[in-house]
Design a protein around this ligand. Structure first.
Ligand code: ADP
Ligand code: MG
Length: 342
């Protein structure tokens, strides 16, 4: 069956100025994991470009069938609804993914937490939103800690420990899906840029040639306005913040990123972008650093072998930024001041 999403957008253009052996560019858009995936491929021929773009979209769809928490038949959904205490055998792929997510959670002292489904439920982050009472919040927070799931590394099984616990992939699924594409592109593909729900991954066949591709970083409160830009070669950039994703309940509004310790939504202080050659790490760490906040997060990122992180604080429309040393090299225009952006 031809997926409808394949047909949404398809442009084939020889790249200007390269009349002999022109590089061909294909752009496609698909709707996967509840968000849009824009796939740009440049390759040595039309056929290769089409093939590669199809490989990418098929792989993202395949990955969705393993980790989606929206589809009741995915492998992860089966684990999320499994009887409490039962060891569920998992595919190597899902087990290793959860092990990686757990490891990043430990590394970030739980600021990034894949096991916080119970908290997402009591705030109804996937629906209209609601304010939980203190009893609900207490129970949900208890069931969202690292002991909510027990991973058995010998048998590759996972057991769910509380009846309200489930695994949410919102903060790392897109990054993990992009990471899965890395081994699939090679040879005839000279360049790829994949924007998956705002997270971008760039592939370059010859990373030492050229200046890399410019990727815009949005204003923390307006994703349509660009405030800075970076150049990427074989890296991914993930940004976490609140932007327009507010949930409103009566007079109150809150964002979709929660502090797993308090159980409350994180105050909208701005946004944080992380660049890494590992897209899953970029995704998960951006969420973790947003939870930690611009001060604690900055210190933590610096100490962790200097994660490439950019913090943009939005103080009533007044933006200020700071970044770790390893982020500096990615700016498309050298930045020196750590104070005002504009
Ligand atoms: P986006 O989805 O906008 O790319 P993130 O990568 O930061 O943003 O992921 C946010 C999503 O992750 C939320 O919608 C929610 O499902 C889930 N989530 C919220 N807070 C946390 C957290 N502290 N750790 C892990 N996942 C979280
Ligand atoms: Mg994330």
């Amino acid at each position: 069956m031809i997926h409808l999403a394949f047909l949404l957008l398809q442009i084939l253009t020889p790249i200007e100025g390269q009349q002999e052996n022109p590089i061909v560019r294909v752009e496609r858009e698909a709707w996967i994991m509840g968000t849009s995936a824009v796939v740009i491929i440049e390759a040595d021929s039309r056929e290769f470009a089409m093939q590669a773009s199809e490989t990418v979209i098929r792989e993202l769809e395949r990955f969705e069938s393993v980790v989606s928490t929206w589809r009741s038949d995915s492998e992860l959904s089966l684990l999320n609804t499994s009887p409490v205490g039962e060891n569920i055998p998992l595919s190597q792929e899902l087990f290793l993914l959860l092990a990686r997510a757990e490891e990043i959670s430990r590394r970030t002292k739980g600021s990034f937490n894949p096991f916080m489904g119970s908290l997402i439920k009591v705030w109804d982050l996937r629906g209209e939103g609601r304010i939980p009472n203190s009893q609900e919040l207490q129970t949900a927070t208890r069931h969202a800690q690292l002991d909510a799931f027990a991973l058995d590394f010998t048998h590759h099984t996972v057991a769910r420990n509380f009846n309200s616990s489930w695994i949410e992939t919102g903060a790392f699924g897109k990054g993990a899906a992009l990471a899965g594409l890395i081994p699939l592109l090679s040879g005839s593909v000279s360049y790829a840029e994949i924007n998956f729900g705002g997270q971008v991954w760039v592939y370059s066949r010859n990373p030492t040639e050229g200046l890399g591709r410019i990727i815009q970083i949005a204003h923390p409160s307006d994703r349509n306005e660009s405030v800075l830009s970076v150049r990427l070669r074989n890296q991914s950039i993930a940004t976490s913040g609140i932007s327009e994703r507010f949930i409103e309940v009566g007079d109150e509004s809150f964002g979709h990123i929660l502090d797993p310790y308090s159980g409350f939504p994180v105050d909208p202080w701005g946004s944080v972008s992380v660049i890494s050659s590992d897209p899953m790490e970029a995704d998960a760490l951006a969420t973790a650093l947003f939870v930690m906040g611009p001060d604690k997060g900055f210190e933590w990122a610096r100490k962790q072998q200097d994660i490439a992180a950019l913090f943009i604080r939005d103080n009533h429309g007044q933006l200020s930024s700071k970044w770790t040393t390893s982020f500096q090299e990615f700016f498309s225009v050298p930045q020196h001041s750590t104070k005002g952006i504009r």
